[in-house]
Ligand binder design. Structure first.
Ligand code: ADP
Ligand code: ZN
Ligand code: ZN
Length: 723
């Protein structure tokens, strides 16, 4: 007998496909099917209830799995996400799978390499390796336990150190095939800290969880959120259940993982970008089989099936990297909350600077609100200083009082951190004689000057050219950088404070593999008294010797058209402030601004993030902006502006006029032209979530019949974060 089965395929079409099959594969199993003149790997959704007989059905080629790839809760999550984001299920599934499984590889282990100490290596003392710290660290780790090749990578051991130890005959490589299921039992490797009362309250509340409760753990930087995670996890692990931890950035992961490993003697897997596809699949299989106790990863890890999940933790829940900005535009924090419901397990959202969405959910009592208001250990909160730079002379963006302050801290042997969110030497190149500015030909943007590479670069389309010698308008050779970027700041600081080495951390200085973690280590070890950097430097890192942190130029956010700019500034200021004075020395954080009287600035500096965020929420309420309304954004682009406008207008016309929903646009994107393409958008906003879904379900199926949409590239973003 032939079954007609419904398949979700990795194609961007919002529909499912029917195929013939002699057997009935289980729901959630992969199948290989012919599609056009190629073969695709799709996922079986079961028997088709209304087979589409308008075309000749083809038979499937091969059933790849005997069982569903996902646990039922994750399978329900994927289906829910496809509905919520109005995104093709096939593409949702594609995003949720390790690359090798997308390609049709079997969902089973293959041999991998395991490194272990030889008898000689076991007997070897570590002390003589003092001169080779990388080898010393690796040998110490291997003397404790054998490591897989993926552990070598995720724990950032150096490959050359590994070679050296093998050459010495202290370490050997053996072929290793992981068992399908490895069992583990919790052993506490390091003593937990004595909790302060706030921490104890938080851990107790989480421990008493009704099964699917979501918690906002709002704790100022250094208040010991991680310790709360660790102690809350201990109970879960003790029961033999797994913990899934989402972290914003892979650069931060080694530190977090080290802390988890130090505390718990259980298998930890990391879904890390440094892994090979095979290693990633192995980690995924470990999670699915229950062999991994703790699973740590960035946003896509939220789709990892777990045999016995007991808790989900989203660290830095406000972080923008949790939202995917292309293709399937999901928010991993929101999916984490949904997954918690599906799995009936507690979800902890941790942050010093919670997003207004999450804060609102906590204030509305949808989430339990746990707060840590004091720094753990000896550290005191940083002192806030507002520097009015109106009508003052700046040196590479630095005011005199700030330079003086820096001098004091440096003289005292302390570290200083300067935040400037603009990489390159200068954000524009200008002719000193006629005012000409070098503009990217393909974007509505100026070129950034990169002095080191003697280049102009467009940070929006990536185009670059050698630094011109002459003005394109008047021929003058008097070309100067306008404004300040991190590269220039580094140079000027080096001249200003010649005896204190400067370390710059931005995308340019960390391009080389391993450079970021090396830089962060050097920063932490106070090898550089002066740290200069972009966003990268502001996040989560622990630099014990930093006592002064300053934000140089963030005024743009005060008058931005983006309604989230204020929230982001509040988060940035607080995160940067959190870098100062984390250890025993008191810290100072400086905000240079032309608008010291600005309400937001005053609120932030005088009352702190928590107060500031509540006022910002009130303002969102008054203006009916998210989270007090529901948005969806259509974006479209093409080489011709008129076509884009026409396309979005055609979409807009499909929305029935209503009082409780509005459709705004087509409006130009903030950067109307990028890489030669014109970009416009259409904003849909409703009061109720249900209405948004209903309207989109009505409009989206009609888009296939709009020929104009074939002339543009368009996408739909639910709960857009960027405009
Ligand atoms: P957060 O994650 O909130 O920024 P951490 O968990 O990193 O804070 O804690 C900051 C520092 O305080 C760490 O060095 C940590 O070991 C220490 N710490 C945390 N809780 C305690 C405690 N109860 N007693 C002593 N030190 C603590
Ligand atoms: Zn000129
Ligand atoms: Zn450009």
């Amino acid at each position: 007998m032939t079954h007609v089965i419904q398949i979700a395929l990795p194609v961007p079409l919002p529909r499912l496909f029917d195929y013939d099959s002699p057997t009935l594969p289980v729901v959630g199993a992969r199948v290989r099917v012919p599609f056009g003149n190629r073969q695709l790997v799709g996922v079986c959704l079961g028997e088709s209830t209304q087979p589409d007989d308008s075309y000749v059905r083809k038979p499937i080629v091969e059933v790849l799995d005997q069982e569903s790839l996902w646990s039922p809760p994750v399978w329900r999550l994927l289906n829910w996400a496809a509905g919520y984001y109005h995104h093709a299920l096939g593409d949702v599934i594609q995003n949720a799978l390790p690359v090798l499984l997308r390609q049709g590889e079997r969902a089973s282990y293959q041999a991998t390499t395991r490194y272990q100490v030889t008898a000689a290596g076991k007997a070897e003392a570590l002390e003589p390796l003092k001169r080779a710290p990388q080898q010393q660290r690796l040998l110490a780790a291997l003397q404790k336990e054998a490591l897989l090749s993926r552990d070598i990578r995720t724990q950032e051991f150096s490959p050359s150190a590994l070679n050296a130890l093998q050459d010495k005959g202290w370490v050997e490589a053996v072929e290793h095939i992981p068992a399908a299921v490895q069992s583990w039992q919790l052993k506490i490797a390091a003593e937990p800290l004595q909790l302060n009362p706030e921490q104890a309250l938080a851990v107790a509340a989480i421990g008493a969880a009704k099964k699917a409760q979501t918690y906002l753990l709002e704790g100022i930087t250094g208040s010991g959120k991680t310790e709360v995670y660790l102690q809350a996890m201990a109970d879960v692990l003790r029961r033999g259940q797994q913990v899934l931890v989402l972290v914003p950035e892979i650069g931060l992961t080694p530190q977090t993982v080290r802390r988890f490993k130090q505390r718990f003697d259980v298998p930890v897997v990391m879904l890390h970008s440094a892994l090979t596809d095979r290693e990633r699949l192995d980690a995924w299989l470990d999670a699915r089989a229950g062999s991994a106790a703790i699973i740590i990863g960035t946003r896509s890890a939220i789709f990892t099936p777990c045999k016995a999940l007991g808790m989900i933790i989203v660290d830095e829940e406000h972080d923008s990297s949790l939202k995917q900005q292309e293709g399937f535009r999901y928010h991993a924090r929101d999916l984490a909350v949904m997954r918690g419901h599906e799995e009936k397990v507690p979800v902890i959202l941790g942050s010093a600077t919670p997003s207004l969405e999450t804060l609102n959910n906590a204030l509305q009592k949808r989430y339990a609100h746990l707060t840590l208001t004091m720094r753990a250990g000896a550290a005191k909160p940083a002192r806030h200083v507002l520097l009015d730079i109106k009508n003052t002379q700046l040196k590479a963006g630095l005011s005199k009082p700030l330079l003086d302050l820096m001098g004091e801290h440096l003289k005292a042997g302390q570290q200083v951190l300067l935040f400037l969110n603009r990489r390159g030497y200068a954000p524009a190149l200008m002719c000193h004689e006629c005012g000409w500015l070098a503009q990217c030909r393909r974007c509505d943007a100026y070129y950034t000057v990169h002095q080191g590479q003697r280049q102009l670069q467009c940070h929006h389309c990536g185009s670059q050219q050698t630094l011109p010698r002459q003005c394109h308008d008047c021929g003058s050779t008097q070309l100067i950088g306008r404004g300040v970027g991190t590269e220039q700041l580094e140079q000027v600081l080096q001249q200003q404070f010649p005896e204190y080495p400067v370390l710059r951390i931005d995308r340019d200085s960390t391009r080389r593999k391993g450079a970021l973690s090396q830089h962060l280590d050097d920063a932490r070890d106070n090898k550089y008294p002066i740290l200069v950097g972009t966003q990268m430097l502001a996040k989560g890192h622990h630099f014990p010797e930093v006592t002064l942190a300053a934000l140089l130029d963030v005024d743009g956010a005060l008058y931005s058209a983006d309604f989230r700019a204020a929230e982001r500034l509040g988060q940035l200021f607080t995160q940067v402030a959190g870098r100062a004075g984390r250890a025993s020395k008191p810290g100072t954080v400086v905000l240079q601004t032309h608008h010291p009287e600005h309400e937001l600035v005053q609120d932030l500096v005088n009352n702190g993030y928590s107060h500031f965020a509540k006022s910002a929420l009130q303002e969102r309420h008054l203006t009916q902006l998210p989270p007090f309304s529901q948005q969806a954004l259509f974006r479209a682009e093409a080489n011709n502006a008129a076509t884009v406008i026409e396309a979005l207008q055609a979409i807009a016309n499909l929305f029935p006029p209503r009082d409780d929903a509005f459709v705004l646009g087509p409006l130009p994107a903030v950067m109307e032209r990028r890489a030669g393409r014109y970009r416009y958008q259409l904003l849909v906003q409703t009061q109720q979530r249900g209405l948004r879904a209903q309207l989109l379900r009505y409009v989206l199926p009609q888009l296939e019949s709009l020929p104009i949409l074939r002339k543009v590239r368009w996408s739909l973003d639910i709960d857009p974060q960027d405009f």
